[in-house]
Design a protein around this ligand. Structure first.
Ligand SMILES: [Zn+2]
Ligand SMILES: [Zn+2]
Length: 256
């Protein structure tokens, strides 16, 4: 098993250590873990300027030396790279294996995360309209390897709204810019019975020529490492997609 999306104490919303993930990986049989802590430059995010690259690589180097046979990859989950370009480009000079670009805040509502959008009465329609525009801006800018949790509003609104033609444009832009999809399983731990994305969006990805995807739990604690991995693997198989990891920002197929 591989898990290409995990968070540790370097993220503002996690207290976990890399060592705890390594112990858990050995317990349940995970070969490869990518530690993708949040790097956020949105001043409204609780993790604003929290990311500390020096601490990240210090933790990473120590954990790599004590990895007990588990392959540890250096990653980062950067929020809205299209909006914080100089910070993003500077961070990408660091020796990451894998960079996730995610949209946690939409263009129309930069100060509110999805749960707050709901509390403030923003409809699912308004949220998704702004969200898909933001995702298109994000993948058009590019510079990252993988788009995080493509339909994340679903995790909060519990419904998926999209216009197929818009999704096609997003996928084409992704493929042109060398960005692949992630199967993010965190929705399975948030009361949904489907991953992000589920079949509808995977089907469009496949039809637009998508071939590869990573699997990520988006764990913020070691006990969630690789949670939902078998469901994600089954989805990849169903759509004939190949699971991949990245090393030095280069895609590598996972041999089963
Ligand atoms: Zn995220
Ligand atoms: Zn994440």
């Amino acid at each position: 098993m591989t898990d290409m999306h995990t968070h540790t104490r370097i993220s503002a919303d996690s207290d976990e250590t890399m060592a705890a993930y390594i112990a858990r990986a050995n317990e349940i049989g995970v070969n490869t873990i990518c530690i993708t802590d949040h790097a956020d430059w949105n001043p409204f995010d609780t993790g604003w300027k929290y990311y500390d690259e020096v601490s990240y690589f210090a933790d990473f180097e120590y954990a790599s030396k004590n990895s007990d046979g588990v392959e540890l990859l250096a990653g980062v989950e950067f929020g809205e790279p299209h909006l914080y370009r100089s910070e993003f480009e500077k961070l990408c000079n660091s020796p990451f294996d894998f960079v996730i670009g995610s949209v946690h805040y939409t263009n129309s509502y930069p100060e509110w995360f999805f749960n707050v959008l709901i509390e403030c009465g923003v409809s699912a329609e308004d949220c998704y309209n702004s969200y898909w525009d933001s995702v298109l801006d994000c993948v058009s800018y590019g510079g990252f390897d993988c788009l995080g949790h493509i339909d994340i509003p679903k995790r909060y609104y519990k419904t998926l709204l999209y216009d197929e033609s818009k999704i096609r444009v997003i996928y084409r832009r992704m493929l042109d810019n060398g960005i692949i999809l992630e199967i993010n399983t965190s929705s399975l731990r948030r009361g949904l019975d489907v991953a992000m994305p589920d079949r509808e969006l995977l089907d469009i990805y496949k039809r637009e020529g998508g071939k590869f995807a990573t699997i990520g739990s988006d764990a913020h604690r070691a006990e969630d490492l690789a949670a939902g991995n078998s469901e994600a693997e089954a989805l990849l198989k169903e759509f004939g997609l190949t699971e991949v990891t990245f090393r030095n920002r280069v895609l590598k197929e996972v041999n089963k």
